[in-house]
Design a protein around this ligand. Structure first.
Ligand SMILES: Cc1cc2nc3c(=O)[nH]c(=O)nc-3n(C[C@H](O)[C@H](O)[C@H](O)COP(=O)(O)O)c2cc1C
Length: 201
């Protein structure tokens, strides 16, 4: 199994360094109930504006809900379906549009939901699993299929499971993506010290 650790100028925590978004999954290994609970707890304890917990997560475990899993899989884009066919567990993270406590618009809901999704993704690494978030899915279809209310926005689907070797990916183009070097923009292009555009020290 390939390790694709982040290349950093100083050492960082292991979970952040080891997290990445692979496409090769082991279809023979299911996620256990305890692992699933740990993923949920990690997302559940994410911070949120006003403590509103504006996220909702739909989940489909192929091992005990093959029909639901297939419906979720069918919502994915063609490119994502090329590699998600071996994924044991799929999630969909949705963000609420309004605060429950006062009905006002919650402009932080998507930010909060992203944090919960990252927390779940890091917990996956801690559990010996991998997580791959996906924006490529049919929102309208997912709304209809899973009765998602209008005031919740489906943000991302997340594939979770055990990583497999890149050679298990049948589609050549997808396999090449799996082997591509990981990278990030230079720090100075994304992190500013004091004023917009000035390089951080
Ligand atoms: C909101 C979001 C949407 C994404 N959508 C897709 C997607 O539809 N398909 C895909 O293969 N990867 C998708 N990704 C994964 C990104 O391509 C990946 O995180 C990015 O290239 C950085 O790579 P890394 O996660 O391995 O560090 C998405 C990631 C995020 C956070």
């Amino acid at each position: 199994m390939q390790e694709r650790k982040a290349i950093t100028s100083v050492p960082i925590n292991e979970l952040a360094a080891r997290r990445w978004s692979p496409r090769a999954f082991d279809a023979t290994q299911s996620v256990t109930k305890a692992q699933l609970t740990a993923l949920i707890e990690a997302a559940r304890w994410a911070p949120s504006c006003f403590g509103a917990e504006p996220w909702r997560f739909l989940m489909w475990n192929r091992a005990d809900d093959a029909t639901g899993w297939q419906q979720a899989f069918d919502c994915l884009s063609e490119n994502n379906r090329k590699w998600c066919n071996k994924v044991p567990l799929l999630f969909m993270a949705c963000a609420g549009a309004t605060f429950e406590h006062n009905g006002q618009p919650n402009r932080w809901a998507q930010y909060d939901t992203g944090m919960a999704a990252l927390s779940l993704s890091l917990e996956a690494v801690a559990q010996g699993l991998v997580a791959h978030q996906m924006g490529g899915f049919d929102i309208a279809k997912s709304r209809t299929t899973f009765a998602i209310p209008d005031d919740f926005m489906p943000m991302a689907m997340i594939a979770v499971g055990y990583q497999a070797g890149p050679e298990t990916i049948a589609d050549e183009e997808t396999r090449q993506k799996e082997l591509k070097a990981r990278g990030r923009k230079p720090v100075a292009q994304r992190f500013f010290g004091g004023h917009w555009g000035s390089a951080a020290a």
